[in-house]
Ligand binder design. Structure first.
Ligand SMILES: Cc1ncc(COP(=O)(O)O)c(C=O)c1O
Length: 483
């Protein structure tokens, strides 16, 4: 695969109108023709065999609370007719326990941006493993990756590595509290997730086990609403340590919002923290901060920087970051000191990933393939008369879908139905987030599966979803009770 960023694509990359190249347009037409439907082709699709997955599932739930180690991978997030367990992946393809093969999207919760079992990354990790993964003193490669990351992230002077995004976002909050001497944290209430830790989880429905005193220290503002931030600063003068948000999710930042936030934070003595766990290595190698030209005081990276290996980074201004160091006179901050924080193989993988991103314009490719899929699926939406009921949302490099019922209200049952029909056609799609391994052929096959699934969606709208949905719908992760 040799991705090439066309000039047309480059425009999309900078957030302006996409110019589709004629050659790309022709390929889309061919894929459309392949996806044209007859009732019989759609309705005779057999359900896949999930018998082995079904046998393992009760054992998993008996041994592991929730049956998995991430709620987003859990059974309640997938249709009943879904693969229960994956046994291997290569590129963007995965195989389940029953031997069914799928094209996968949103791989590893958006961590795997190059592809599963991506050879150069595995080899880089393996080279380090053979030299030893963890010593009594720092490994040389810690400095090499720090240099590489700081070369990438604009305006960051220092970086500290950890194993996951939650740890680095929590570290940012702690550092901001120590730096400002304030306790309160203002988070964007429209953004879904920042950390497994109490300062964030305490603000969700799943707050059992979190003392109320902790939850009360986290305040919420609205995305694209500078006044809502200003109001918090006015209501809690001199008490807010930091403003925490993803620079962008599916809603684009209004002109001046991000820069306005930075000005406001600086005027009120608070730290601006961007959680780039998803946007980093995706909007741009250097994250959405580079894309939008607004550099926060602290930022967190994770997911894509390891292509599935456990590595995350907290990066930022020296004045703040050095409070976790040995060369200052202020009270020391216990900043990210963990046994496995700098396992050499994950650092080796990350160095190689940065090299590949640079040499092969990975980010441009992610945007291009996402745009290809969006163009195709948008046509299917029109052809199946689903405008207002099914919609693709977000940047091409981070496409999600929104499902609505007959009343055009957001619908989990219709989300479940769409995922069920995709799976039946060989696509695992909790989102349409692409990777560097999604070839044109994978995208076109997915578009075909989506086209047929949307045909069923239309029929379910017209005839009732119960006729088509097999089993219970998916449930939101943030809910108080299971039943
Ligand atoms: C925006 C954001 N921040 C932080 C995290 C936490 O990352 P991790 O799962 O590596 O702890 C996630 C995970 O999904 C995330 O999406």
């Amino acid at each position: 695969m040799e991705p090439n960023a066309s000039s047309g694509f480059t425009e999309a990359f900078h957030g302006r109108k996409l110019v589709v190249q004629p050659q790309f347009e022709r390929k889309i037409e061919m894929a459309r023709a392949a996806a044209s439907l007859t009732e019989s082709t759609v309705e005779t699709r057999e359900q896949k065999d999930f018998s082995k997955s079904r046998s393992l599932r009760p054992i998993a739930h008996r041994l592991i609370p929730g049956g998995s180690h991430t709620y987003a991978k859990g059974d309640d997030q997938y249709p009943e007719q879904a693969p229960g367990f994956i046994v291997k992946g290569k590129g963007c393809h995965v195989w389940d326990l029953d031997g069914n093969e799928y094209i996968e999207y949103g791989m590893g919760l958006r961590a795997v941006t190059l592809g599963h079992a991506y050879d150069p990354v595995i080899e880089a990790a393996y080279r380090e493993m053979r030299l030893g993964t963890n010593f009594s003193r720092p490994a040389k490669i810690e400095v090499h990756l720090a240099e590489a990351i700081l070369e990438v992230i604009d305006g960051a002077d220092m970086v500290k590595f950890a194993k996951n995004g939650s740890d680095v976002t929590t570290a940012a909050v702690k550092l901001a509290r120590a730096y400002t001497g304030r306790d309160l944290v203002a988070i964007c209430g429209d953004h879904p997730f920042f950390s497994v830790d109490d300062w964030f989880i305490g603000t969700t429905e799943v707050n059992a086990g979190v003392p109320e005193a902790i939850s009360r220290m986290t305040l919420k503002f609205r995305y694209n609403d500078l006044d809502s931030v200003q109001r918090l600063f006015d209501q809690y003068p001199g008490q807010i340590a930091c403003v925490v948000l993803e620079p962008e999710t599916t809603e684009l930042p209004a002109r001046g919002f991000l820069s306005g936030l930075k000005e406001l934070c600086e005027a009120r003595g608070a730290v601006l923290f961007f959680d780039e766990t998803i946007t980093g290595f995706r909007w741009d190698l250097a994250g959405a901060q580079r894309f939008h030209g607004v550099i926060p005081h602290l930022s967190a990276f994770g997911k894509a920087m390891g292509n599935g290996f456990a590595i995350a980074a907290l990066a930022g201004k020296r004045e703040i970051m050095q409070m976790g160091g040995l060369e200052h006179g202020r009270p020391r901050v216990f900043l990210l000191s963990t046994t496995y924080g700098a396992e050499t193989h994950a650092l080796g993988a990350s160095l190689e990933i940065i090299r590949i991103y640079r040499e092969q314009s990975v980010v441009a490719f992610l945007w291009k393939q996402g745009e290809r899929l969006r163009t195709l699926v948008n046509r299917s939406i029109v052809e199946n008369h689903l405008e207002g009921f099914f919609e693709l949302s977000g940047r091409p490099c981070n496409l999600i879908f929104v499902t609505r019922d007959q009343e055009q209200v957001r619908s989990q049952p219709f989300r479940t139905l769409f995922m069920q029909e995709l799976i039946r056609r060989g696509v695992i799609g909790p989102s349409f987030v692409v990777s560097f391994s999604h070839t044109d052929e994978d995208i076109d096959r997915t578009a075909e599966a989506a086209h047929e699934s949307l045909y069923i969606y239309r029929r379910a709208l017209d005839e009732g979803i119960d006729k088509y949905l097999e089993g219970r719908p998916v449930r939101p992760v943030y809910r108080k009770f299971n039943s």
